[in-house]
Design a protein. Structure first.
Length: 355
């Protein structure tokens, strides 16, 4: 079940989180004290403890982090990383700003909205998915190939008001169409949503690259095109508070070091990912049903590799400055941002590992 809070409420959420931090801390069992997750002060060893929040649940979107945790990569980097799940990017940002977590992964479009328009004190210090992981998926027998095909149709979005719906609006507006001419409904995110296409209840839906590959592996005859074709934005990005990016720079660099090592190992073994999937299954098998089918899991992971390396393996995890600026400009033209002038703290490459 995916229930991220609407991205259009980000401004309200930011104001609320700053005023009810104490409540959030209580709800999560306490804040980041010296002997609790998020303190960055070690936990009986020399390793620094960090709490990482996923954008939603435990899925292949965060496989570099999960593999680094499962394989001992974070320990080798001097870290003790606890991975916790959230119910969407808005909640992930809340938890990091409230001090309940040290860092997290967010969809680029949501982080841009929070920082550019709402002055959220957050900074992206690495980009895992250099392109958006999302695709528009329709039946091959009745494909929706471009924005004009969406007019008068009903499409599935992960959540009404979330980044997937915002991306639909941006795509339509950028192509000169009225977004309100497209009906939409929340369908969550799973390969099973294809059945809604077969039943004629929707004409297309937004799905991540791993969902797309799983659907194909299950024999569905589908057509797809990447969301980035019309909405060029960073995909999954690692972020923390602007203050922590400065005060805990060493830990954030160590985090990127381990994540990059995990990516490189996965890339090097993409033709045989049994070991990778096995380690993930040992630690997260009860949280990740996709791992039960090794072929489906492999297909999903390989689809992620394409996004990690979109700008070449030499640029793994680096923020592409031009892409961030283009994303801001695209969102502004589509009426999703008040300003087209991103603040300096929106992203940084200062915390990138040396190699």
């Amino acid at each position: 079940m995916r229930i991220p809070l609407p991205s259009r409420t980000v401004k309200t959420l930011i104001g609320a989180v700053l005023s009810v931090t104490a409540l959030l801390l209580t709800a999560c069992g306490g804040g980041a004290s010296d002997d609790q997750p998020g303190s960055g002060t070690g936990t009986g060893t020399e390793r620094k403890h960090l709490t990482f929040v996923t954008p939603y649940g435990f899925d292949l979107a965060v496989v570099p982090v999960l593999y680094a945790a499962a394989s001992g990569g974070f320990e080798q980097a001097g870290l003790d990383v606890e991975v916790v799940a959230s119910n969407g990017t808005a909640q992930t940002m809340q938890q990091v700003m409230a001090g309940n977590a040290d860092l997290g992964q967010a969809v680029g479009i949501d982080l841009i909205s929070a920082v550019v328009d709402n002055d959220a004190p957050l900074t992206a210090f690495g980009t895992a998915d250099q392109t958006s992981p999302f695709h528009w998926i329709s039946l091959a027998s009745a494909p929706l190939k471009e924005p004009k095909d969406f007019v008068g149709k009903r499409v599935g979005v992960i959540s009404v008001g979330g980044s997937s719906e915002a991306s639909l609006d941006i795509m339509m507006a950028s192509a000169g169409f009225n977004p309100s001419d497209v009906a939409r409904q929340a369908v969550g995110e799973s390969a099973g949503v294809v059945e809604l296409l077969n039943q004629g209840r929707i004409n297309a839906f937004v799905g991540s690259s791993d969902i797309l590959e799983v659907a194909r592996s299950q024999g569905y005859d589908i057509y797809s095109f990447p969301l980035n074709q019309y909405v060029p934005t960073p995909g999954g990005v690692y972020f923390t508070t602007t203050k922590k990016a400065k005060d805990s720079a060493e830990e954030m660099t160590a985090f990127l070091t381990a994540a990059k090592a995990a990516m490189r190992h996965i890339i090097a073994n993409k033709d045989n990912l049994s070991e990778v999937i096995g380690k993930l299954r040992e630690k997260y098998g009860d949280k990740m049903p996709v791992l039960a089918n090794e072929e489906e899991a492999r297909a999903g992971i390989v689809s992620r590799i394409e996004m990690w390396t979109a700008f070449g393996e030499d640029n793994l995890l680096k923020n592409n400055e031009q892409q961030w600026k283009d994303a801001v400009a695209t969102l502004h033209r589509a009426g999703k941002l008040k300003s087209d002038d991103p603040p300096a703290h929106l992203f940084t490459n200062d915390l990138q590992p040396a190699s």
